[in-house]
Structures are given as C-alpha cells and as structure tokens.
Design a protein around this ligand. Sequence first.
Ligand SMILES: NC(=O)C1=CN([C@@H]2O[C@H](COP(=O)(O)OP(=O)(O)OC[C@H]3O[C@@H](n4cnc5c(N)ncnc54)[C@H](OP(=O)(O)O)[C@@H]3O)[C@@H](O)[C@H]2O)[C@@H](O)CC1
Ligand SMILES: [K+]
Length: 506
Amino acid sequence: MVKETLDAPYSHYLLDAELSQKVDHRTTEEMDIDGFTLMEIAGSSAAKKILQHNKQLQHNVFLCGKGNNAGDALVVARYLLQHDARVTLVFISGTDDLSKDTQKNLKLLRAFDKKDRITIYEKWSGFSAPNNYNFIIDGMLGTGLTSDLRGDYAKAVGWANQQQHPVLAMDIPTGLHPDSGEKMGKAIEAVRTFSFGGRKQGFYLNDGPAVTGTIDYCDLPFPNAYKEDCKTFALDTDWVSLPSYTPGKHKYDSGVLHIVAGSEGLTGAAIMAARSAWAEGLGAIIIICPRGLLSVFEHNLPSVIKKPVGKKEDYYFKESHAEQVQDILQEKESSMLLGPGLGRNTDTISFVEQLLTTTTTDTIIDADGLWCLSQLEEWPKTDQANWILTPHPGELQKLIKDEIGEGHQRLNTVRKLCQENNTTILSKGMPGIIGTPSRKCYLTNYNTNYFARAGSGDVLAGKVSAFSALGLAADESCAAALLNGQQKLSSLQKDTNKIPEPTDFI
Ligand SMILES: NC(=O)C1=CN([C@@H]2O[C@H](COP(=O)(O)OP(=O)(O)OC[C@H]3O[C@@H](n4cnc5c(N)ncnc54)[C@H](OP(=O)(O)O)[C@@H]3O)[C@@H](O)[C@H]2O)[C@@H](O)CC1
Ligand SMILES: [K+]
C-alpha cells in the first residue's frame, strides 16, 4: 500500500449534496438540534459577515425558493431589517408551499417589521425591482437542486445575472450542481457564497470557480465524525506544510533523484525537470540516458551526475538497457523520474515495461513514460513499487483508453484509477487533482490554467520527484509541488503583470 500522509482539517472537507443532507439529518436526529436552529446559525453568521463589510445597507432584494435555502435568506433579511435596511422578498414559487422552518422564519420576519419596511412579491411575474438597492441575496436553491432550472427560477437567475448589483449566494449559487460544479441550465453568478457547514465539491469543478465568487465558510455544529465519509478535500497552503531545505552531511544523504530520460531531439524536457528538481535542494541528481546523448546533458547540466547506458550510437532507450538501468538504480536509495523526452520507439515501450516490471524504486511517471504505459495491455507494477503518475487530460484519456470529460468526470476517473491500481495520480488541469489509493482526492484552490504552457509539465514533474526524493509520501509530494507552484504564482503576480513562463516556476 502506498503510504498516505495528507490529513485535511475539517474546514477543508468538500461535501457533496448527499453527504450535506446526511450530516444535516444525523445532527437533527441524533443530536436533537432542530433544523430551525441550524437555519438560524447559518443565516445569522452570513448576516454578520455581510454587516461587517457593509455598514450602510439601505435596501436588499431577496430571491427565495420554497425550501430551506430560502429560510437562510429570510434569517439574513431579519438581521438586515434590524439594521434599518429595507427588504424586498420575491418568492419564485409563492408562499403557500414553503418548508416548515422557512414558513416559521417568514412569520418571524414579519413580526420584526414595525416600520413597514418589507415588500413581498408572491410570484416572479409581478416583481418590479426597487430603484436603489445594495445586494441581491440568492436564497432560491441550495443542496435540494435536482434538475435543470425550471420555469421562473431560470428567469430569476437570468435577471439577477444581468443586474449591476452584486449577488450574494446562500450556501450555493442557485443552479450550480453541488457535486459536479455544472450549471444546471443556468446558474447565479455570485460575488460571494456563504457556504453552510462545509464547502461544496462543485465550487472547485467545472463552472464552479467562475460562479461562486469569494467563498465564506460558515460553521455549523455538525459533529466531525459525521463527515468521515468525505473523500474530497480542498488543498491549501494553510494546512499543507512545504518542506524546508535542510542540508545533509553528504550529497547522498540529502535526497537522490534518478532521471531516466531523453531520446534524440527530445532532451529539453529532462533538462527542465532536472533544473526544477535541483532548485529544491536535493543532494544529487543522476541522469540516466542513452549513451549517444551524453554530450547534450554534459553541456547543459554541469551540476548533474550522468550515467549513460548502451553504446555510443544509442540515441533512445532499448529493452536491452533495462538491466543496466536497474543496476544503477540499486546503487543508491532514491526516487526515479521516468519519462521526460523518452520518445515513442517500440523498443522504448519494451524498455519501460521491462524496467517497471523489475523496479521497486519509488517512481514518478511523466510524459512519454505515460505514453509507453498507455501502450501496454497491463501495467507492470510490482506490489512494492510506489508510483506517482502525472498525466495532463490528454495523457489520462490515453491511459484509460476512453473519454474523460471535464472536472467532475475527471475527478471520478482519477479516483477509480488510483484505487484499482494502488497508485497516486497528480492529474493536471483546472483544478489540479491528486488521487490516492484510498479514493481520497485533493483539489487545488487556485487558477492552475497558468500551467497550461509547454514546459510547465516538466517543471512540475521535477518538483514532485524532488519532494519524493526528499522523503515525502506520494500524496504529500504532489501537494507540495502544486502548492509550490501556487506560491511562486502569487509572488509573481504581486511583483509584475507578466504572463508566467514555465521557467518562472523552477
Ligand atoms: N444541510 C444543512 O445542514 C442545512 C441546510 N440549510 C439550507 O437548506 C438548504 C437545503 O434545503 P432543502 O433541502 O429544503 O433544498 P433547497 O435547495 O432549499 O430546495 C428544495 C426545493 O427546490 C425545488 N427544486 C429542486 N430542483 C429544482 C429546479 N431544478 N428548479 C426549480 N425548483 C427546484 C424543489 O421543489 P420540488 O421539486 O419539490 O417541487 C424543492 O422544493 C441548504 O442548501 C442550505 O441552504 C441550512 O438552513 C441549515 C443547515
Ligand atoms: K442559493
């Protein structure tokens, strides 16, 4: 079993609709905390955050459905009313069929209105927006969304998105699927989303990042144990500690990385990966290459040790080189990066198969290494070998020999592939996804599209490999590499408007 060490704090658990409902249900049933109380905590914490940032609220428009999501919005309305703001409520499905707690909150809100400051519309068609107002509060639909937006809900969402006024969403922007992050027909484009009792997985997938705006996590008294089934987590620098550089006594005490790479005309990838790994303070990097390419690496990587295999006229790896490579790997405890610029010769595929069949070294497989793997009937993985695969979406598709689709489907694919093959995968794309053998997945929480440039993959593979060689577990190595990129990106964006280049991430 691959060692896993990432341990997300509960605030970073990403819930899907089923788990949200389950946690809610268990809390009300087993803890005897009723739904009305949970609604009060949810709505009041959102209201306090709104008031904290906006002292001068005069008038707000509340778009309400008929479920508990509307109840949250009505609690917010009560707090804003108490601060002398006017309130316009629009009930898209009328008020006859409101959920019990939402009905109660409407009654309570009315009881607070001593100055006739509430206007209520019982259906969408009669609604006319006030002249001046601050926010649109979206309390139409939350985790109860079951299908594409129907009738007036779609109209209300379309209207809200056309207004200049910012939209604040209760729990989830209406229309965004909490699990997949897909727009169900349409979705509210919020500037802020107040997420109750747990952020939702869909915020980070597909359309999610474009419509949730800033996410405000509002805690609810859900016992942590009820969330234990969660398998998706947000990856953040605030809980993953990046390794700090500690020099060893000897070069071979400070992390050794073997890079098995190169074929004629394809040496650049290995050079980028080696430079990227070297920057993390490894004791030694050893490039294993076909002997014909030795001079290229001698010229470009003076600090790196080279161990050529085969004959002078070999410019790509052949099956016959596998034994020699295996002997070199056994000389030092190390991690191995297999793949950059290997090329796609038939003989190289056999080399990769042969090497992987025999090695027990922790192995990071990237680029052409992944392509070779995708050409094999079965993955030649030994039980003792820890693998990290770092595919971009095209490579992932080749590996599973099927379509992978966007974010949510990709997440499901990665989860399944990791479990079935007892391997760790860093799936590149937006978001970056780390999959582990236990089915746990970690999603990046920043714009990874900046990495979609040629050369970035080599830099990332270099980082993952360096952290693995420094002794981090497979999942931690991937997390550290992705967060290392995030840190470099944010310091670059602070200093300049320049579009980041792959070398900026070294
Ligand atoms: N979980 C928690 O811990 C807590 C949850 N809280 C809050 O409760 C929210 C969940 O509430 P919920 O279950 O009442 O569902 P909700 O989203 O309000 O909507 C249900 C209604 O939507 C309708 N509907 C569905 N699809 C539709 C469509 N496509 N187009 C149009 N209509 C559609 C459906 O109608 P039906 O199909 O039944 O006619 C049904 O009546 C949650 O997100 C959070 O805000 C907090 O108060 C405190 C703690
Ligand atoms: K909502």
